[in-house]
Design a protein around this ligand. Structure first.
Ligand code: SAM
Ligand code: GLN
Length: 288
């Protein structure tokens, strides 16, 4: 710590790292940098190139306020209003789940399995911020995507993300429960990261998840498998012949139940996440 009064970028950064670390915030330096970068309009690396730039009084007040919010556990992504997913920036707010890095594996798996399929029609159920739907549309310029959510507030964010990332002409956003908004239509692929946390497990979530993210995005209000039971009964109606699905689920504890639910489908693959835990299932609609 400097002997003199704090003045510069580096002075405030060091104070902020101490402040967050004392309050048990993980990665205090990263978060201190992200928040200061937001306040002064600089990228993290640029902060160190301008380490002796003085902060204005307004900047200091704003930085203090953001640090206070972070220190109480509010996720840094909600404070900044955005996050990264599959190399792109997505706006987020407390109406949407913060897209998780694991979910990039779901996107990758979908893209791999759609290789060679021209102009696929894709449905994303429970799109939240639009991370999956918008990324697939951006990666596959010939795809048309329908993205649904029961939350109109989530769809506002998803729509804004599609617009900013230049895919809004190929992503249709529809509000409603499960398949209701797409009655009578069929898709080459259905993807979903539905709520999969059991109601009873909600109290065990880390505070930054349980207190800040929308409960409707996290829990199915039952045992965590409600959406998969519904999907296993109805997918065949909504998939074209040869159509496929890729789903995220809650991890190894759900693996056996999930495999059992989708055992009548073809080419079933369970895929692991970055922690090497079972996390995704993909399969095709059988021909007959
Ligand atoms: N797809 C996003 C992602 O991967 O980051 C968000 C996934 S979040 C776990 C689940 C989403 O499903 C939430 O946006 C929630 O609003 C939505 N949802 C919950 N119940 C639903 C229902 N019955 N029908 C459609 N969407 C639902
Ligand atoms: N992956 C989220 C978590 O770990 C939960 C998202 C979901 O329920 N699909 O909290």
């Amino acid at each position: 710590m400097p002997e003199r009064e704090p003045v510069t970028v580096v002075d405030y950064l060091n104070l902020a790292v101490d402040f967050l670390a004392k309050r048990g915030i993980e990665n205090p330096r990263l978060h201190a940098e992200l928040l200061l970068g937001d306040v002064v309009g600089l990228k993290r690396i640029e902060l160190y190139l301008q380490f002796d730039r003085p902060l204005t009084t307004t900047e200091i007040h704003r930085y203090r306020e953001l640090l206070r919010r972070r220190s109480t556990g509010e996720p840094v992504q909600y404070i900044l209003g955005h996050t990264e997913f599959y190399g792109r920036r997505f706006a987020v707010n407390p109406s949407v789940l913060i897209p998780r890095p694991e979910t990039e594996v779901l996107v990758e798996q979908t893209l791999n399995r759609l290789r060679g399929v021209a102009e696929p029609d894709i449905l994303d159920i429970g799109t939240g911020s639009g991370a999956i739907a918008v990324t697939i549309a951006a990666e596959r310029p010939d795809a048309r995507v329908v993205a649904t959510d029961i939350s109109a507030a989530a769809l506002d964010i998803a729509r804004a993300n599609a617009e900013r990332l230049g895919v809004s002409d190929r992503v249709e956003f529809l509000v409603g429960n499960l398949f209701e908004p797409v009655r009578g239509r069929v898709f080459r692929a259905i993807v979903s990261n539905p709520p999969y946390i059991a109601q009873d497990a909600m109290y065990k979530l880390p505070a930054n998840v349980g207190y800040y993210e929308p409960p409707m995005a996290l829990t199915d209000g039952e045992d965590g498998l409600r959406f998969y039971r519904f999907f296993s009964r109805h997918f065949k109606e909504w998939l074209t012949p040869g159509g496929m699905a890729v789903l995220e689920f809650g991890g190894p504890d759900q693996s056996d139940s999930i495999k059992e639910l989708f055992k009548d489908f073809d080419k079933v693959i369970i895929q692991k996440d970055y922690q090497k835990d079972d996390r995704f299932i993909s399969f095709f609609k059988p021909d007959s």
